[in-house]
Design a protein around this ligand. Structure first.
Ligand code: CP
Length: 304
């Protein structure tokens, strides 16, 4: 039985197969409409979510399966003190596969160790968000035609943003990637990540001003400042609007640069940018459904 805890759980070859499957699902949805007849997905979300939970639910429904679950720890027996280990043992009696989001780093891994069904990490604290990374990679591969040979700018909260941490770990396995980390000093990417890049001889630079690097970028990955991970409100208020991508900044970018964002957005991308053909973040949300459909089929070992 296989779980998904980190994007590195799949080799680059396996990821290519997964993305080929996701692209086939996009082109031929009818072929997969009954692939999961009789199967049940449990969505166990101890933290808020719109995209991840609902795209998993949409994915399973589009595959012909059904969904059970909870979207708030307070509406589950966690509110009475039940452990994640006990919860997953019980969920294993009710469902065939589980997607779990939890505020504590490593909680889905603890669940996987006790689980009788595949567990997917749907985001654990500030640690990893592997299915967002699968979404990001599929979006890049589908819209750019390649994974590799590009300069990517990651902008915003690089300290707490788990999507950023997962994406960097996944991208280092491809050729000719150059990272530009754009953040205020307080929200710099963690040292363990820059140490890993140094060790692998992967080029990166850290800058504060987005405008200075816009012309160099093939991809710009914007992120929101993660309010829920701050220890005090004052710091959040000071940093929340540090970056706002608007039309005038977009004028500095290449014609074929893509803007990605895992969403939700707060103020970091002005709504006026949405109509720019380089804004790919809503397409990215759509790719999230195809890749989660492909992931469910792969983990359940269903071949169509
Ligand atoms: N991108 C993402 O994880 O969004 P949600 O928090 O809405 O699931």
């Amino acid at each position: 039985m296989r779980h998904l805890m980190s994007p590195l759980d799949f080799s680059p070859e396996e990821l290519n197969q997964l993305f080929d499957l996701a692209n086939d699902i996009e082109k031929n949805p009818g072929k997969y409409a009954h692939a999961c007849d009789g199967k049940i997905l449990a969505t166990c979300f101890y933290e808020p979510s719109t995209r991840t939970r609902l795209s998993f639910e949409s994915a399973m429904t589009r595959l012909g399966g059904r969904v059970i679950g909870f979207s708030d720890a307070n509406s589950s027996s966690a509110a009475k003190g039940e452990s994640v280990s006990d919860t997953i043992r019980v969920i294993s009696c009710y469902a065939d596969i589980c997607a779990m989001r939890h505020p504590k780093e490593g909680a889905p891994m603890v669940a996987a160790e006790k689980s009788g069904i595949p567990v997917i990490n749907a985001g654990d604290g500030g640690h990893q968000h592997p299915t967002q990374t699968l979404t990001d990679l599929l979006t890049i591969r589908s819209l750019k035609g390649r994974l590799g040979q590009f300069t990517i700018g990651l902008c915003g909260d690089l300290k707490f943003g788990r999507t950023v941490h997962s994406l960097i770990h996944a991208l280092v396995r491809y050729h000719d990637i150059r990272f530009i980390f754009i953040s205020p000093e307080e929200l710099r990417v963690p040292d363990y990540i820059t140490d890993m890049l140094k060790e692998k001889n992967i080029p990166y630079e850290e800058v504060i001003r987005l405008e200075d690097v816009m012309p160099q970028l093939d991809l710009l990955y914007m992120t929101r400042v993660q309010k829920e991970r701050f220890f005090n409100e004052e710091d959040y208020v000071r940093l929340k609007d540090f970056y706002i991508l608007n039309e005038s900044k977009m004028e500095l970018a290449r014609d074929d640069m893509l803007v990605l964002h895992p969403l939700p957005r707060v103020n970091e991308i002005a709504v006026e940018v949405d109509k720019d053909p380089r804004a790919a973040y809503f397409k990215q949300a759509q790719y999230g459904v195809y890749v989660r459909m492909a992931l469910i089929l792969t983990l359940l070992e269903i071949h169509i």
